[in-house]
Design a protein around this ligand. Structure first.
Ligand SMILES: [Zn+2]
Length: 370
């Protein structure tokens, strides 16, 4: 039997939301060998101030950290909560937050681009207001949801281009040029254009989700698999190949795991679809499946090394997190996947949603965690 022992890893992009659903989500992450998380700040209200005693009408990093800890997050070695950049974010706020040790990363969302992104401003706004400069000077990581906003539907996704390509062609190069020491993560990267820029820019890294390594736009459209609907959208075969090449390269030091796992109790609504795929509890298994589909011989030493770099080492190194001594083991054996029942409602993990229309059914995946 093929067994791969790995150090526990950090999921460097995940959504936990808030309230009664938290313990079930945190537990699912702990079950998949997670030693720590980067917990996204698009809560209600967003996590857009550092300190609780600040008057701004947002949640604070202090309060969200305490909320996650109370719900079982104490079991993690590390929780990083990036500050949601809003019109109220100032360079002074960044400096004070960084000095306190509470602020380690900030998150740029395209305004109105995705779930809970209505509080953001344009990329230029933060550039002009000196916010990116403050991040650079205080060694705070900039996490970026890289999609151009307010595009016409015709341009948002066309045969020639899409919102992510536009962003990495038009917006990001100006910031890299102006702030060459600003440490940037292109989060949930989906395109070859984005991957090429990350390879070229010294100060850029990228996180990659399981779904963007596994699927393409055809998978989403064939049968309209709405459980695969996420932002940024899955793209084309050329893009998936570029991502697969990047994560499986023996010399990869820039691409790392960030699941973007997002729980939605109600994925499909009467006039649209909530963006996000749930991969809590099963992400290393899905990544292993994707590596195999990319042609990696997982049991070989080269295969294990590439997988370990991507899942466990590169992201930890970039964020300055210790690689845990605790381990977990992936086995090439069928694992049953079923819905996650929470007090707030059921959540359908991505592989289940891709394969059955009966939420009470179970399906199996090729890799299992023991
Ligand atoms: Zn996300």
């Amino acid at each position: 039997m093929i067994q791969i022992k790995l150090p526990k890893w950090y999921d460097l992009h995940a959504h936990f939301r808030q309230g009664a659903v938290l313990p079930a989500l945190i537990d699912d992450h702990l079950k998949m060998g997670c030693a720590g998380i980067l917990a996204m700040p698009n809560t209600k209200p967003p996590v857009a101030k550092v300190f609780e005693n600040d008057d701004l009408p947002y949640m604070s990093i202090e309060a969200y950290h305490a909320m996650l800890n109370d719900a079982g997050g104490e079991a993690f070695n590390e929780i990083i909560i990036p500050l949601y950049l809003t019109k109220d974010t100032t360079p002074a706020m960044i400096e004070q937050g960084a000095k306190s040790g509470l602020l380690r990363a900030c998150k740029y969302y395209p305004p109105h681009g995705t779930t809970g992104a209505e509080h953001s401003c344009s990329f230029d706004y933060f550039l002009e207001k000196g916010v990116f400069k403050a991040l650079e000077e205080n060694n705070v990581v900039l996490c970026v949801h890289g999609e151009e906003h307010a595009m016409r539907p015709e341009d948002y996704f066309s045969r020639k281009t899409n919102a992510e390509e536009e962003f990495y062609r038009e917006q990001m190069p100006r910031v890299i040029e102006k702030h060459s020491k600003l440490r940037i993560v292109a989060e949930h990267l989906t395109t070859k254009v984005g991957a090429d820029l990350v390879q070229q820019a010294d100060n850029m890294t990228a996180s990659i989700t399981p779904q963007h390594l596994l699927y393409t736009m055809g998978h989403l459209l064939q049968g309209l698999k709405y459980h695969l609907y996420c932002m940024p959208l899955v793209k084309f075969e050329e893009d998936r190949q570029a991502l697969r090449d990047a994560v499986t390269a023996p010399e990869n030091s820039k691409f790392f795991a960030g699941t973007d796992s997002a729980p939605h109790m109600k994925k499909m609504t009467a006039c649209g679809c909530a963006a996000g795929c749930y991969t809590g509890g099963i992400a290393p298994q899905l990544y292993a499946e994707a590596f195999e589909l990319a042609g990696v011989d997982m049991p070989s030493s080269q295969g294990r090394e590439a997988f370990t770099k991507f899942l466990c080492l590169n992201g930890a190194a970039f964020y300055g997190l210790a690689v845990p001594e605790e381990t977990f083991t992936l086995v090439k054996e069928e694992q049953i996947v079923s819905k996650l029942q929470t007090s707030e409602g059921d959540i359908i993990p991505l592989p289940l949603g891709m394969n059955t229309d009966d939420p009470d059914e179970v399906i199996s995946m090729p890799w299992k965690i023991i």
